[in-house]
Write a protein that binds this ligand. Structure first.
Ligand code: BJW
Length: 246
C-alpha cells in the first residue's frame, strides 16, 4: 500500500461514531493462525465439521476439547501486536467507538481494549455443554472433557460453532453500533462467515462508509469505500498517525 487517500484520512478524523470489526488476520502478526488462508490457515490442516460444530463435539468430545486446549495454549503464548494496540489508540480519539471482534483469542483485551463485543465467544472461558452456564473450576478427574461440577455434563469451550446462535446481547450491541457508525473499519477478516460479515453492509445501508484493511481482496471489497491492501500492523498505525498527527 502506498499513500493513504486524503479523503479517507479526513473521513476518519471527522467521524464521531466508528465501529471496528476484526477477524483472525489482526492476530496473524501475533503468530496466531488464521482459518482460511491457503497454506497456513487452520482449515487447511483441520476439517471444521470435525472440530467446530456441536455434532463434532457430540461425536468426539475429547478430540474437540484437546484441539481447543492446544488453541488456548497458542493464545496464551501470543502477545498483542501493534494492530491491536492501534485500535486502543483509536478508541481514545473517537467519541463513540465500538470494537466488535470475531476472534476468541482475548488479544484485544490484553492490548487494553475495553468493552470488546465478542461475537464468537472467548476461548479462555469454559461452559457447561448442557445448560450453557459458565464454569470456572472443575475437578481434575482424568476425564476429558472434564465434567460440569453442577450437573456432570461435559464441559466445552465458550465459543460459537457453526450452526449455533451467536450470543444475543453481543449481536444486538454490534447491530446497534453498525447502524449508528459513520465509518466501519473492517480488519483482517475474509468476510465469509455470517452474521458477522453482514455488519459492514448494515453500516453501508445506513449511509456509513466501509473501510477494509486486508492484504487480500474479500467479498466485502466491492462494497468498501476504501480497501487498503496491507497488513493490519502496517496500515492501522499509518492511518492513526495520518488522521491525528501530533
Ligand atoms: C490479514 C493479515 C494481516 C491475514 N492483517 N489481515 C448467510 C449466508 C451463508 C451462510 C450463513 C449465513 N448465515 C449463517 C450462515 C451459516 C454459517 C456461515 O456463515 N457459514 C459460511 C462459512 C458459509 N454461520 C453460522 O453457522 C453462525 N451461526 C448462525 O448463523 O446461527 C444461526 C442460528 C440462529 C438461531 C439458532 C441457531 C442458529 C456461527 C458462525 C460461527 C463461526 N465460528 C468460528 C469458530 C469460532 C471458534 C474457534 O475459534 O474455533 O469462528 S469459524 C471461524 O471463522 C471463526 C472466525 O471467527 C470466523 C471468521 O473467520 P475470519 O476471522 O474472517 O478468518 P479467516 O481466516 O477467514 O480470514 C482471515 C483474513 O485475514 C483473510 O482475509 C486474510 O487475507 C487476512 N489477513 N493476515 C490483516 N496481517
Amino acid at each position: 500500500m502506498d499513500r493513504l487517500p486524503e479523503d479517507l484520512v479526513n473521513a476518519l478524523h471527522r467521524a464521531r461514531r466508528i465501529m471496528a470489526l476484526t477477524g483472525a488476520g489482526i492476530s496473524a502478526e501475533s503468530g496466531m493462525p488464521t482459518f482460511r488462508e491457503a497454506q497456513t490457515g487452520l482449515w487447511a490442516r483441520f476439517q471444521p465439521e470435525e472440530l467446530a460444530t456441536p455434532e463434532a463435539f457430540e461425536r468426539h468430545p475429547r478430540r474437540v476439547w484437546e484441539w481447543y486446549a492446544w488453541r488456548r495454549s497458542l493464545a496464551a503464548q501470543a502477545r498483542p501486536n501493534v494492530g491491536h494496540r492501534t485500535l486502543v489508540g483509536l478508541a481514545d480519539r473517537v467519541p463513540d467507538f465500538t470494537l466488535v471482534t470475531q476472534n476468541v483469542d482475548n488479544l484485544h483485551q490484553r492490548a487494553g481494549s475495553r468493552e470488546v463485543v465478542e461475537l464468537h465467544g472467548n476461548i479462555l472461558r469454559t461452559r457447561c455443554s448442557q445448560d450453557g452456564g459458565p464454569v470456572t473450576e472443575w475437578a481434575d478427574g482424568g476425564t476429558l472433557p472434564p465434567l460440569c461440577p453442577r450437573c456432570g455434563a461435559p464441559l466445552r469451550p465458550d465459543v460459537v460453532w457453526f450452526g449455533e446462535a451467536l450470543p444475543a446481547d453481543a449481536v444486538a450491541h454490534a447491530w446497534r453500533a453498525a447502524e449508528a457508525a459513520e465509518l466501519c473499519l473492517v480488519v483482517g477478516t475474509s468476510a465469509l462467515v455470517h452474521p458477522a460479515a453482514s455488519l459492514p453492509l448494515v453500516t453501508r445501508e445506513h449511509g456509513g462508509l466501509v473501510v477494509e484493511v486486508n492484504p487480500e481482496p474479500t467479498p466485502l471489497t466491492p462494497q468498501a469505500a476504501w480497501s487498503l491492501r496491507g497488513r493490519a500492523g502496517d496500515v492501522l498505525p499509518r492511518l492513526l498517525a495520518a488522521a491525528w498527527p501530533d
